[in-house]
Design a protein around this ligand. Structure first.
Ligand code: ADP
Length: 219
């Protein structure tokens, strides 16, 4: 699968994107950038970028395109030789267009977009039990109080409540699903529908076999 170098992962809020991003990064040896994790890290460190981002994220809003575009652009600029995965970006068509022109200027492109298409019902059932490590960012699914990786305390993500979720879901439908259509028009989307609860490993296996078929279809 050496032809696939640049991956984008798109999925709804709380869809298990982070878990599948780790799977993809390990399996295909990708450097990965999660814009959500990076922004949360900046907020924890109380940087200027973090302060700007937190006013949006606290209200369950998307961070403005120009902030996120700048972050991703400089990250890509420092990973020119790498194969990479973008997790949580682009989230709007404007971001997708900016990414496209930035990559074009570098003589490269997105090779594949994995669309983790989890139903809203399934996500709402999961959300109540989701936790995130206060130190290493590891996420778990069963309400754990202590991180299984680094043993620090876990927290509920502050945006994980029903009202915030409704807002984030609306943004996903109105702003991010058009990103999927943008890439579908370019024939780049690998669609992974998930409507029933199962193990994350099952989803990973489905992604791997869909990617294999996709890569073969491009050869
Ligand atoms: P989730 O997958 O649960 O939505 P993320 O970690 O991907 O969580 O993102 C958390 C928050 O970070 C988003 O709700 C948004 O406020 C901000 N964010 C992350 N990526 C972007 C992006 N590409 N554009 C705008 N805001 C973003």
């Amino acid at each position: 699968m050496h032809a696939l170098q640049h991956f984008v992962l798109v999925g709804a809020p709380a869809s298990g994107k982070g878990t599948q991003a780790r799977f993809l990064a390990e399996t295909y040896h990708l450097e990965s950038l999660s814009t959500g994790a990076l922004l949360r890290h900046e907020i924890d460190r109380e940087t200027e970028l973090g302060l700007r981002a937190s006013s949006y994220m606290e209200r369950a809003m998307l961070v403005p395109d120009e902030i996120v575009n700048g972050i991703v652009r400089s990250w890509i600029g420092s990973h020119l030789e790498a194969s990479w995965l973008l997790d949580g970006y682009p989230r709007t068509v404007a971001q997708a267009e900016t990414l496209e022109s930035n990559l074009k200027a570098l003589g490269t492109q997105v090779d594949v977009v994995v669309w983790l298409d989890v139903s809203r019902e399934l996500i709402e059932a999961r959300m109540a039990k989701r936790r995130e490590c206060t130190q290493c960012g590891h996420t778990t699914r069963n309400g754990e109080e202590t991180c299984p990786v680094c043993h620090a305390p876990m927290r509920k993500r502050s945006d994980d409540n029903a009202a915030a979720f409704a807002l984030r879901w609306r943004d996903y439908e109105t702003l991010t699903e058009p990103v999927v259509r943008f890439y579908q028009q370019q024939g780049l989307v690998v669609h992974i529908p998930v409507t029933q609860e199962g193990e994350p490993e099952d989803v990973s296996r489905r992604i791997a076999s869909a990617l294999k078929a996709y890569a073969e279809s491009k050869n």
